[in-house]
Design a protein around this ligand. Structure first.
Ligand code: GAL
Length: 692
């Protein structure tokens, strides 16, 4: 795989290594917004940061209106003072470009730069990210402030990392204004060259939509009935690319004006459907992500693990930074429940277990005003005499004691394919079932692997698959020809690949692959799907293992595959009664597996267990249910993280492990309820050497 990291003379060979050396260990800190507080508070801030073990803060994320109070007029007093103060106190800075919050004067002067929604309404100023990604006025103003910032602080000793923008596309990814329309047409011309090709890939002869002039093409604004799905899919690609262009433009300025300082941007993982996270990650020196738990979800720790594994996948297996999470409650869910005692530590160490080399929060000091004043922070409204503060200082000390773990890697035997393009396509209008949702399926499949204790990297379908024994593709409705070819090659060479329902049905343009479903994988799987048979709410189909599939079934005709699971005979078996529900097909030196149903948890676990066993992918350790075991290693150093998500003490029989202080563990480790232990492993003979 080509490394997502830029290798150039400007940045150190491994930017995260260099950063960690500078920080003296694992990064710890959060967003610091001193502009919200009088200057007297800043001294107290840095004193308390030191007390908490903070070594890195993200500064200036939304500070544009302070830094440039009038067009072209800069006021650096605040940043000058705070950067010096932080530096004097040994706290390094991840300096943000402030472009996620254009100032009021900017939008007043350029009202056409405000984004427009699909029904033609211009959104007003007064929140954040209120700009059209294609606005030339925004681009000019953003480039100017980034240039000024980089010129001023390129050599400031506190600045160790650039934080480009903030969560690209979180609020404004899809804009439907005339400027976006023109930029979309340019994007189409570059991608397809001729209008004939556009007509072809979008299938515009359907409903007489054939275009005769580029100017006839516009964004997928609100229409009388279904819009053209090819156009909608390409509009999502264009919109993601428009923001990526902004990311690249800011990055180019920073690289040029401040060579040697690596850059990152805080990606949103599965929190954000609208931008292609893999594409942005390829343009970062260090990958960082934000993750927030859905408090009402009892399985939210599995979503946390999923997103951590996605961060690692986006980082090409290297360590990454958790740029934001919360110490306790957020303020944007319907009911914002604080984290339970110990939960913040458990969350943080789980991210660490899965490859994070930095644990940061939104934000350092809880705001007293503004839209996020009820969002938790490292230093709460109540100050230092609070439970949160006690946990924050304890975590800082613990991370310092875990410094030796940084730089080690999580090595997964299994790749789980996660693709924004397949997500976009599956959830366009007019599908066999609106109930088959991309993220739901991915979560179900990831959850089954989590239950089995199998560590996996979430990677793009075009990732290098050679390091893996098995590839899991839960929801790959759309797949390009080249990615489908790579999967054939992987299996032919001895790998195992398992696909979820409706995978491989369409090409990269959302055109059905005809000749029998799923067109991309028919031969690989040794079967043909005669019909996709979605189920209504409340319906289910009995399976031969006694469980029931809801949501989705398929009528599968075996053409070389063997059925591992069948729909029951008789009416209880649903519309595909008697037919195969899950299959295995030997192909070359490997095997391809298929689930032609939305399998319930138990059946899915059994299927994935069989795939992993045959592929030789094993859990990091044998642990009781509800306990997570993940290994990080480098060379002959290895660490085992055990995370107990149950309310019972867990005993894990182990040999050859010690605590980090060297004390022995006779008979194994015990992990307190809701607790985490980190163990050092003796070099196990035969443990796989670094594969990447
Ligand atoms: C993030 C954002 C932060 C803050 C946080 C609250 O999406 O980057 O600025 O708003 O959410 O959870």
């Amino acid at each position: 795989m080509t490394s997502p990291f830029r290798a150039s003379a400007d940045t150190p060979a491994d930017p995260l290594d260099a950063l960690a050396e500078r920080l003296g260990g694992i990064a710890y800190g959060g967003d610091y917004n001193p502009e919200q507080w009088p200057s007297e508070v800043w001294q107290q801030d840095v004193r308390l940061m030191r007390e908490a073990g903070v070594n890195l803060v993200t500064l200036g994320v939304f500070s544009w209106s302070r830094l440039e109070p009038r067009p072209g007029v800069h006021d650096w007093d605040l940043l000058d003072t705070v950067l010096d103060l932080l530096h004097e106190n040994g706290i390094a800075v991840d300096l943000a470009t402030p472009t996620a919050a254009p100032p009021p004067w900017f939008t007043r002067a350029h009202p056409a730069s405000l984004p427009q929604n699909a029904s033609g309404t211009r959104l007003a100023h007064g929140s954040r990210q209120a700009f059209c990604p294609s606005s030339p006025d925004y681009a000019r103003a953003a480039d100017a402030v980034v240039t000024a910032l980089a010129q001023r602080y390129a050599t400031h000793p506190a600045v160790v990392l650039w934080h480009v923008h903030n969560e690209w596309g979180n609020h404004n990814a899809l804009c439907y204004c005339d400027t976006s329309a023109a930029a979309f047409r340019d994007w189409l011309r570059r991608r397809y060259t001729t209008l004939d090709r556009v007509n072809d890939v979008w299938g515009t002869d359907f409903w007489g939509q054939r275009y005769g002039d580029w100017e006839e093409i516009g964004p997928p604004r609100e229409t009388t009935a279904f819009r053209n799905p090819g156009l909608e899919l390409d509009y999502r690609r264009f919109s993601s690319d428009a923001l990526l262009d902004r990311h690249r433009a800011e990055s180019a300025l920073l690289r040029d004006l401040a060579p040697g300082i690596p850059l990152t941007t805080n990606l949103l993982g599965t929190l954000e459907k609208k931008v292609d996270g893999h594409a942005f990650a390829r343009h970062c020196d260090i990958v960082s992500v934000d993750h927030y738990l859905v408090a009402a979800d009892p399985g939210n720790h599995v979503d946390l693990a999923l997103n951590a594994d996605l961060a690692r996948g986006m980082a090409g297996g290297r360590p990454w930074l958790l740029m934001e999470h919360s110490t306790s409650a957020v303020n944007w869910q319907p009911v914002n429940v604080p984290k339970a005692p110990g939960e913040m530590r458990r969350n943080s160490l789980t991210h660490l277990a899965r490859g994070a080399d930095g644990i940061l929060f939104f934000q350092w000091r809880q705001s007293r005003a503004g839209a996020e004043k009820w969002h938790s922070a490292m230093l709460p409204h109540g100050g230092t005499d609070t439970r949160t503060w006690a946990e924050v200082t304890a975590l800082g000390a613990e991370l310092a004691s875990l410094a030796e773990v940084r730089g080690t890697r999580v090595r997964a035997d299994v790749a789980l394919l996660f693709d924004w393009h397949a997500w976009w396509a599956l959830e366009l209008d007019a599908r066999p079932s609106e109930r088959l949702r991309h993220l739901d399926t991915v979560r179900d499949w990831y959850g089954a692997l989590w239950d089995l204790g199998i560590t996996c990297d979430l990677v793009a379908p075009d990732a290098d698959l050679t390091p893996y024994r098995a590839v899991v593709a839960p929801s790959l409705y759309l797949v390009s020809d080249s990615d489908a070819d790579a999967l054939h090659t992987f299996v032919r060479g001895g790998g195992h690949a398992v696909f979820g329902p409706f995978s491989g049905a369409v090409d990269a343009h959302d055109r059905v692959r005809t000749g029998g479903h799923p067109g991309a994988f028919r031969d690989l799987l040794g079967l043909v799907v005669d019909e996709y048979l979605p189920l209504r709410e409340g319906e289910s189909a009995l399976l031969s293992d006694g469980s029931r599939a809801g949501l989705w079934t398929e009528r599968i005709e075996a053409r070389g595959c063997t059925a591992r699971l069948r729909f029951a005979d008789g009416p209880d078996g649903g519309p595909a009664r008697g037919g195969p529900a899950a299959t295995r097909h030997s192909y070359g030196a490997g095997a391809a597996w298929y689930a032609g149903a939305a399998l319930p948890a138990r059946s899915l676990r059994d299927l994935l267990d069989a795939v992993c066993r045959e592929a030789g992918a094993a859990p990091a350790a044998a642990v009781p249910a509800g306990v997570e075991a993940v290994r990080r290693s480098a060379g002959d150093r290895a660490y085992l993280f055990l995370v107990n998500h149950t309310d019972q003490e867990a005993t894990v029989p182990l040999e050859g492990h010690t605590r980090l202080d060297g004390t022995a563990l006779p008979g194994g480790a015990s992990v307190p309820p809701g607790g985490v232990v980190v163990l050092r492993e003796q070099a196990a003979p035969g443990r796989e050497a670094d594969r990447r």
